[in-house]
Design a binder for this molecule. Sequence first.
Ligand code: 3HC
Length: 279
Amino acid sequence: MKIGVVGLGAMGSGIAQLAVEAGFDTVGREVEMARAEKARDQIAHFLTRKVEKGTLEQGARDAAVARLSLTTALADLADCDVVIEAAYEDLEVKHELFQVLESVVRDDTILATNTSALSVTSIASVLERPERAVGMHFFNPAPLMPLVEIVRAERTADDVFEAAFELGVKLGKTPIRCSDTPGFVVNRVLIPLLNDCVRVLDEAGVTPQALDAGMKHGAGWPMGPCELLDLVGADVHVHASEALYEKLREPRMAPPARLVRMLQAGKLGRKTGEGFYRY
Ligand code: 3HC
């Protein structure tokens, strides 16, 4: 099986890493070759760390890196069996990508989207064969988080849905089946929860450090909410919050003012070197 990954940002590069580690020839597509090479360097780095820690053989690491080819041309995804789109969260961008992808791939190629807050049904609406579209929503960091949500859109064919589920298993994940509802399962719960956490900062007058300690030591979270928001990025979180608020109109879904201010100031988290914390 050959996998295509469109967009090699934080999520796409993690998904490409999973694919090559699982033994699939993988084509990664980015808009600029420099960005694609940066993603490959990062994948190579994480696989080297596994060798250093004794969880991966050197030969297996080298073979995995060699299974990844890079391109800027969507036409190079023509012989992929499954293409997973992990591009920018913008409906127009995804519509254009899906239309071009459908024109280059085979009739039986599955087109999956890693969208976290857009409707899979709406993304698939531009396809001639929307039955081939499915959601495969991974969690950040994709190589470490076990879950993948397999999202059935209105017109997803049964065999496509099950094939995506099976692919999730082959990628070493724990897939769950769900419907194309706003936020699917986890973000429907996690986004308002993280928004509450940010509101509590000001309401209770606690520091990010204290809130993080509270949720780690009082609720068993693996990382605190402020650390998590810095990992996900204020831009990604605010966008997802707004998308959920637009659809559900629940006040808790709306992005908290403090996070919007951080976004406006370019304090996006790890990716810009400053968020709730400095990196
Ligand atoms: N890709 C690949 N490998 C990575 C990586 C990445 N992005 N980040 C770290 N690693 C590797 C590193 O090699 C690291 O080892 P090293 O530091 O020795 O090199 C190794 O993984 C282990 O990393 P850690 O020691 O940091 O692992 P932890 O045990 O601390 O766990 C964690 C890290 C799994 C991220 C854990 O803290 C956790 O579960 N956090 C919660 C994350 C979470 O909730 N994510 C969901 C976000 S919401 C989302 O994604 C939805 C979307 O729609 C917005």
